[in-house]
Design a protein around this ligand. Structure first.
Ligand SMILES: NC(=O)c1ccc[n+]([C@@H]2O[C@H](COP(=O)([O-])OP(=O)(O)OC[C@H]3O[C@@H](n4cnc5c(N)ncnc54)[C@H](OP(=O)(O)O)[C@@H]3O)[C@@H](O)[C@H]2O)c1
Length: 294
């Protein structure tokens, strides 16, 4: 099978182009500032897309990695995310993120979760929710030059329907960043987002921490058959279903490897599309304060 560095882009609903493969940076923290090196290595080896978030605590290191790489700012697509406790102060939160990243703008700003938490009580606000937050982001998008596109993350179909039916919402989110891999293909949400021209960004494509999907028997067999690594199978599957995909690694060789994709033979693509029917649906990111049922 021919593996090639994937430098493709998808055009978002506002005309902005997003590179199909982005470096994930959740848990890229701790000793040695791993996000700084990971960002640099990724950019120097062909990536043009980095995914971070205020809550990851590594925006400063990502910004430094961008500088270290020597790649021009305008060639790079940078995403960061608004944390739950900052929903009422998104303008300030965005400025804080930009300051840490040492950037004038981000390419994509996401509502990280559809949850607006009152930091003082730890409970959700009663007079505010994600629709109010989205309207603030919409204003920042329209009135400042600090954001090239806005989107959401972890939104269900029901929540998007509610958001889009609000008369004051006139910017359709460019993306919905969701957990997606062969054990969580989310077919109904997938079809809905396609219909609305909202691009899916697949997070935890390898099954999150320690890449447990590498051990799935079908994934491993497809990798062996095609003479590639399980990571190539999982990342190529996400690409082949027209999603953006965000593999995370802090290991140089893995970062370089994860940019490579190939075209899965139809029968293997179909086997992965159907994997959750035989092996069961598995969601790794399911925090108790969020509700995926409505
Ligand atoms: N919006 C959200 O709520 C949300 C939630 C979760 C994730 N995300 C985004 O999506 C990104 C990816 O998801 P994730 O971090 O949960 O997990 P992931 O990318 O599915 O898996 C990361 C794990 O796989 C390992 N790995 C990476 N490449 C490998 C390879 N080629 N061979 C073997 N192991 C490999 C990594 O190890 P090493 O790092 O040690 O190499 C790490 O333990 C995040 O970093 C974040 O940017 C967003």
């Amino acid at each position: 099978m021919v593996l090639q560095d994937n430098k493709d882009t998808i055009t978002l609903n506002n005309g902005t182009k997003i590179p199909v493969i982005g470096l994930g940076t959740w848990q890229s923290t701790g000793e040695g500032e791993p996000a700084r090196n990971a960002t640099k290595v990724a950019l120097q080896n062909g990536y043009r897309h980095i995914d971070t978030a205020a809550i990851y605590g590594n925006e400063t290191e990502v910004g430094q990695g961008i500088k270290d790489s020597g790649v021009k700012r305008e060639e790079i697509f940078v995403t960061t995310k608004l944390w739950n406790g900052d929903h009422k102060i998104s303008a300030e939160a965005l400025d804080a993120s930009l300051k840490k990243l040492d950037l004038d703008y981000v390419d994509l700003y996401l509502i990280h979760w559809p949850v607006s938490t009152n930091n003082a009580t730890g409970k959700d606000f009663e007079d505010w929710d994600y629709v109010d937050t989205y309207k603030q982001l919409q204003k920042l998008y329209k009135e400042t030059k600090k954001i090239k596109a806005i989107g959401v993350s972890n939104f269900t179909k029901k929540k998007l329907e509610r958001l889009l039916s609000d008369p004051e919402v006139d910017v359709v989110p460019a993306v919905n960043q969701i957990e997606a891999h062969p054990l969580l293909p989310q077919p109904e949400l997938y079809d809905y987002l396609k219909e609305k021209n909202i691009v899916i960004e697949s997070y935890s494509p390898l099954g999150s921490t320690d890449a447990p999907l590498f051990k799935n028997e079908t994934v491993a067999a497809i990798a062996k058959k095609n003479n590639v690594e399980p990571g190539h199978v999982l990342i190529s599957w996400a690409v082949q279903r027209n999603t953006v995909v965000l593999p995370k690694s802090v290991t140089d060789a893995r970062i370089i490897s994860n940019l490579k994709t190939f075209k899965l033979p139809e029968e293997d693509f179909e086997a992965l599309n159907n994997l959750s029917k035989t092996d069961g649906v598995k969601r790794w990111a399911n925090p108790p304060w969020n509700n995926f049922d409505d």
